[in-house]
Design a protein around this ligand. Structure first.
Ligand code: SAM
Length: 460
């Protein structure tokens, strides 16, 4: 069967790989079935009135929504209390927890090599929590900025965003416990969502993607320590970019098998490539887009936690005691943080992982890390919007004011607030349904938003 909107070679490839019947069901789902909407909740932020819906089977924080709301004008979305993520992609979190047998070790280091816009990064950040560090890398600088914004909104403070070519991670050889490659691919699994993906597909492009994926995989593999977990994923169906690449990896490098539990009722199709366990999400069988994911352990002798070479140049400056005291007032007393400057800004890092974060920032081109807490102007501290959205924000340092939905949207548009009379003169932490969404400064009858202009929304 051939559908005019899909490349005939693509349909032929599906038939050859899946058989005519399954291929026909898949083509029908790609062309005719509606796109499901799903979100993933942020477990590190209080969850009050949030989008409610059926849980995604393979992710405790995943929810299917009955319809697609206008996310941009939802203050909860802007404050990073959930991330809009298609459901199949959440499966990599299941692979990670299964591979670690449900036990996230203290000091864990995770590298997400192809990370923008940040769907999987924020999931890894939630799983790792206070136990360790996630390095989210994106080679394309403009995309890395979007990734940094999303990481900032997520607010857990355990993530470093870098913008490097995968080959640069050679200087952190054998350093990570987990390396994930969510590779750029031919995008067959996105055909339902994206006309562009359908138009750009060709057999030649599949081959080009597969070759590029192998280069990224080889660079990523170097950064992984022996005994560490390697997760590979694409949003495409074909064997060339998926099983063939995993088989290639196992031939080139020492890979070991990892047992993964995956109940049959989830509808995921399991395959094997050499020692790798592989998983296919087909939209006619699972509620979500197309996805391929696979996992292996790196074999070989562990040489302990190998130290990277000496730093080229440290971006960090020291925060003196007096400044630390002025800034510390705005940070939750329970949070154990290390403060350091980068340029004019002061950043907070989880104390337990400061050494690891420092190493990454000294080796790589880091564009965001930890939580940007603000700037000191003489003795006066100006907190950053990122602090208000982080899990370390103090709720006792400034007056807090609950906003109506109308005022919260005004705030997101950087307009004058209707409730200015209810604010205290000076700095106020604004809440929507109990959760912080940003700071504003009241000066008499006016308010000055501390939300950066670049983040303002334009929709009504
Ligand atoms: N992991 C992301 C998420 O869950 O939101 C999606 C990543 S997307 C599938 C693949 C990413 O790889 C893109 O952001 C793309 O810019 C990046 N990329 C493109 N070419 C690359 C290359 N040669 N090396 C590494 N990454 C590349």
């Amino acid at each position: 069967m051939v559908d005019s909107a899909l490349h005939s070679d693509f349909v032929a490839q599906l038939s050859a790989e899946l058989g005519d019947h399954q291929a026909a069901l898949l083509v029908d789902a790609l062309m005719n079935s509606p796109q499901p909407t799903s979100v993933r909740l942020n477990p590190h932020k209080a969850i009050g009135t949030m989008p409610e819906g059926k849980q995604v089977a393979w992710c405790e924080w995943g929810r299917y929504l009955p319809e697609r709301p206008r996310f941009t004008v939802d203050p909860h979305f802007q404050a990073g209390r959930y991330y809009v993520q298609e459901a199949a992609s959440m499966f990599v979190g299941h692979l990670l927890t299964e591979a670690l047998e449900g036990d996230i070790p203290q000091g864990i280091r995770v590298l997400d090599m192809c990370a923008a816009p940040g769907g999987k990064t924020t999931l890894y950040s939630s799983i790792v929590g206070s136990k360790g560090v996630v390095v989210a890398n994106e080679v394309i600088r403009t995309r890395a900025s979007i990734l940094a914004d999303n990481v900032m909104r997520w607010g857990v403070g355990n993530t470093v965003v870098t913008s490097n070519d995968p080959s640069h991670f050679g200087s952190l050889e054998g350093w990570f416990d987990v390396v994930a490659v969510d590779a750029p691919c031919s995008g067959e699994g996105m055909f339902r969502k994206s006309e562009e993906a359908r138009e750009e597909w060709s057999p030649d492009n599949v081959r080009l993607c597969a070759a590029r994926q192998r280069r990224i995989m080889a660079d990523a593999w170097r950064a992984l320590r022996p005994g560490g977990v390697f997760i590979y994923s694409t949003c495409t169906f074909n064997r060339t970019e998926n099983e063939d690449n995993m088989a290639w990896l196992a031939e080139e490098f020492e890979c070991e098998h990892i047992d993964i539990e995956c109940p049959e009722e989830w509808g995921i199709v399991r395959t094997v490539a050499d020692v790798a366990e592989c998983f296919h999400f087909y939209p006619h069988r699972t509620t979500g887009e197309g996805l391929f994911a696979a996992v292996v352990r790196k074999g070989g002798e562990s040489r302990g936690n190998s130290r990277p070479p000496k730093a080229r140049k440290s971006p960090f400056g020291v925060v003196d005691k007096q400044s630390a005291a002025a800034v510390g007032k705005y940070i939750d007393k329970q949070a154990q943080v290390y403060l350091a400057t980068i340029g004019e800004n002061i950043y907070a890092y989880p104390q337990a992982h400061w050494d690891d974060i420092r190493v990454v920032c000294e080796q790589m081109s880091a564009i965001y890390s930890g939580v940007r807490v603000g700037q000191l102007f003489g003795k006066k501290f100006k907190p950053d919007h990122a602090l208000s959205l982080s899990t370390i924000v103090s709720t006792s340092a400034t007056p807090m004011v609950e906003l109506s939905l109308e005022d919260a949207i005004r705030y997101l548009r950087r307009e004058e607030l209707g409730c200015v009379g209810e604010l205290t003169d000076g700095l106020n932490l604004l809440l929507f349904e109990g959760a912080p969404i940003g700071y504003t400064k009241r000066i008499g009858p006016r308010t000055n938003s501390l939300m950066p202009k670049e983040l303002r929304i334009f929709q009504q």
